[in-house]
Design a protein around this ligand. Sequence first.
Ligand code: WTA
Length: 703
Amino acid sequence: MTNNPESEVSESQIAVHWREEAYYQPPPKFVAQANAADPAIFARFAEDKFPECFTEYADLLTWDEKWHTTLDTSNPPFWKWFVGGKLNASYNCVDRHAQASPDKTAIIWVPELETDEHVRISYGELHRQVNEFAAVLRDFAGLQAGDRVTLHMPMVPELAVAMLACARLGVVHSQVFGGFSGNACGTRIADSGSRVLITMDGYYRAGGITDHKVKADEALEEAARQGQEVDKVLVWRRHAGQYASSTPMAPGRDFFVDELLAEHAGAIVEPVSMPSDAPLFLMYTSGTTGRPKGAQHSTGGYLSYVAGTSKYYQDIHPDDVYWCMADIGWITGHSYIVYGPLALGTTTVIYEGVPNYPDGGRPWRIAKELGVNIFHTSPTAIRMLRKVGPEEPKKYDYHFKHMTTVGEPIEPEVWRWYHSEVGKGEAAIVDTWWQTETGGFLGSTLPALQPMKPGSCGPGALGIYPVVYDEDANDVPAGSGRAGNICIRNPWPGIMQTIWGQPERFIEVYYAKYNRDPDSKDWHDWPYFAGDGAVQAADGYFRILGRVDDVINVAGHRLGTKELESAALTVPEVAEAAAVPVMDDIRGRIVEMYISLKPGVAAEGMEAKVTHAIEVEIGKIARPKNVWIVADMPKTRSGKIMRRVIASVSNFTDVGDVTTLANPEVVETIRHHVQSTKVAKGELPRELSEAEYEEIAKYGAAE
Ligand code: WTA
């Protein structure tokens, strides 16, 4: 952490030097049809038009009652947008399009097995499915507005149907990424106070069907341990009438959704008109403590923001075929697979499986077959597809007008492959920087109006005013070459409302650091602290360097070091644990664990135990690359584990000054053991960028 007295280098003192990349201009053909092609848009969203500028986004929606106050700042930093307005998110994403063009395709679902046909769901059909499932939720499960429901679903259209059915009733959904473990799901059930879990029996991943329902049983056990009883588990079946799981259905608790739907066939459920600031969903994310944070998103502000940014930054028109290859279990999928595209009435693609199944040409075959013209993915997926099939895109006759990258910094050479090979030089690209907490994009170029610069997200999005502060809240000027903490000076409609059940933590994590006066009602005194390091070039473009807190971004997914360490500590023999990031060519960062054992415990088998514990507590995505058993951790005199030192060891960088440690002698032993083992395994270090060196050097001490 940057403000950690134990670390000598603070982010804001780092001078970052890199080559300025040349601009790429958006293709004229793209510009000619773009939603935001008129530069007058900048004046409409100029700072003197704030907050009224955002009514342009709200006007994309159909409101039951219009708002009387655009932005209410009476209780900072709990901002309220479009106050007095009423609307229903499901109505906006389904009904209004089903009325206007019932046969238009809303969702195209692509199953992972290539031999399976894709499934087209029209807006009319989506309306029927959402109504029937809403009837199940209301009449069978007894849910009503304000209740929370946990979803633990894979990438199937039933997930979108379940979300929209909740939204129809004003029920707050909390979708947990399908790859998370049962325990991780259980923790989120307990935190949100859900009485109902919606899940699926199994799904295809890398060619095989997984047993997913088993996680529901684990989740319920964990939730009960944390004091939350679940009375109904609604189980969708991947293949109607067949049950893919090995676990029994608990009588009176577990129910097959297809059977319940049959009892509600043809049901119509009127959308419940919700206040603009009613919560729409929770999305859990990692932070610096072990307890995950439930980012609570609003109905009116959030939906306006994702509709507006989908229109201008994703350039979605009603006739596009738009494919965001993210998982709906993350914020990207909520905002830019489900809510944004459907609010605009376009066709959104949902793909069940992994991008490289059965080979690296799969995404491009899907694109060709479905006529996808807007494509959206992460640097990790791009790096992986480039590695497994650099020549594949050429083989398929598809044409993207627009592409997005999201979730992590992208290396300029990877960006260039994306541009020239995937995009065939024909697509405008946006590198969108944002977060679970922010609902939608914060930093991006406007695709037709601002040139692209590989490795930089661009300036603040419309109506978003970022600033880079040093540790003392001084502006770090554009073009200074210095990095600092990127903050947003103003509120915006997509910002989370609070952390579910932890309002003090909301203030503490995002606002306390740079708040000028806790009693102020003036939003200017409440900059939003994003937790990312960034540098602003002279042209105003931001280059995002990565997290400044103890969060590791693995393949675009945030993992808290505390969560990893707590998971390792569930192994009874483990005395101490520290998690560090290792630079990885494909996944950006991966996790390595350092473990010390209790006295008298043999090291035999402990690596596997720790790995297993992490899979059980978090999920396979958090699986460490290596678990190093050490006799003693390098510690400060106050007893904190110096993660910076072990992170340097794992990344083969200079361990720096260790003379102030309580036990400097252990460093060389650890270094020798870890690095010689890595060399023997062929895990050789790669060349690091200056920013990566600095990231390791500033890595915080564990408590
Ligand atoms: C990182 C994902 C560089 C950043 C939408 C942020 C990025 C965290 C970018 C949020 C980008 C996201 N360039 N870094 N374009 N987009 N990040 O909550 O560190 O899963 O704080 O939201 O990902 O991750 P989250």
